[in-house]
Design a protein around this ligand. Structure first.
Ligand code: GYE
Length: 306
């Protein structure tokens, strides 16, 4: 009776973990859904999640990780805003024997400083975007590029992958490339400057944005310049947030590559596996497909209904 109940409650309590999550901020719709998903997963598992929003600043992320270490958490999730500058604080976590899981972005540095990375392959995403564009334009296209946050692995690798393929096509070129910092306003501002610099944009064949939020801002700028996004200028981006499906259904965008925001499950599983002394791979990859306008209306309904 009550003894058994008491025992099971104690057992549950013993499993109750405290995990620290150092999140970058809420610069895009995708990141907001990632945060919601990870919080929901923690709740479902009875994990006490300590959440910190760094407002895009690395020093705030480093402070948060130090706080989690001081609190003696069982594990840390870190979405590293930029690739460098983590060695010291990750060494402190390692010395405290607290496993760190990198979510959705990676770092440059000693791999032994973190348990695993749960993310997609950004180079592959860039290659896929450029391959699709090359096929659509028969390998002839003058492209403008909206880069993500300067120094982030997502921006660096999505740019590299795209360039890997563009250089295979002598009549494709990246005419201009600048960071819009993964935000809608950033995408709009940079696209406005590109359109001005390109004489109104008539000779821009396509715009490649490292995420949908910048593409959605750029679409606004293209319309305000009197051009038709999705027709005069082809639009390809990454994330597959609900609003890009709406844009595709409206004919304003042409392709998006899905990025999985549900990274809590694999992250928490990796920490549990490490605690149980099991081997954990250094990279737990989540790769998404490319979506086109033909399924956009139903995808939008499905995704915005949730
Ligand atoms: O594409 C973007 C967010 O790090 C892969 O960051 C992530 C990127 C994502 O701002 O929407």
């Amino acid at each position: 009776g009550s003894l058994l109940l008491g025992m099971s409650l104690i057992a549950a309590g013993a499993n109750a973990q405290t995990i620290g999550f150092s999140q970058i901020g809420s610069e895009s719709g995708w990141r907001t859904s990632e945060t919601e998903s990870i919080k929901a997963e923690a709740k479902k598992r009875g994990i006490d999640l300590k959440f910190s929003d760094a407002q895009q600043k690395q020093e705030n992320q480093i402070k948060a990780v130090r706080t989690f270490i001081a609190q003696g958490v069982d594990g840390i999730l870190l979405a590293p805003v930029v690739e460098t500058g983590w060695d010291q604080v990750l060494k402190e976590a390692k010395d405290a024997k607290i496993p760190v899981v990198l979510v959705d972005r990676g770092i440059k540095g000693d791999e032994s400083l973190y348990l695993t990375k749960v993310s997609s392959d950004f180079v592959e995403e860039g290659r896929l975007a450029a391959s699709w564009l090359a096929a659509r334009t028969n390998g002839k296209c003058r492209v403008v590029e909206l880069q993500g946050t300067v120094g982030s692995s997502a921006a660096i690798d999505r740019k590299k992958g795209f360039e890997d393929v563009v250089k295979l096509f002598p009549r494709m070129e990246i005419a201009r490339s600048q960071s819009g910092d993964f935000t809608r306003s950033g995408g709009k501002e940079v696209m406005e400057s590109f359109l001005k610099a390109e004489g109104g944009g008539k000779n821009i064949c396509a715009m490649y944005a490292h995420n949908d939020d910048m593409a959605l801002g750029a679409i606004q700028a293209i319309k305000e310049a009197g051009l038709k996004p999705g027709k005069d200028i082809t639009v390809v981006s990454i994330d597959a947030v609900p609003d890009i499906f709406k844009a595709m259904a409206d004919g304003d965008a042409n392709a998006t590559i899905e990025l999985n925001p549900h990274l809590g499950g694999p992250s928490f599983d990796a920490i549990a596996a490490a605690k149980a002394g099991k081997e954990v791979p250094k990279w737990i990859k989540a790769q998404g497909p490319l979506y086109l306008p033909d399924t956009a209306a139903e995808e939008y309904k499905k995704r915005s209904a949730k």
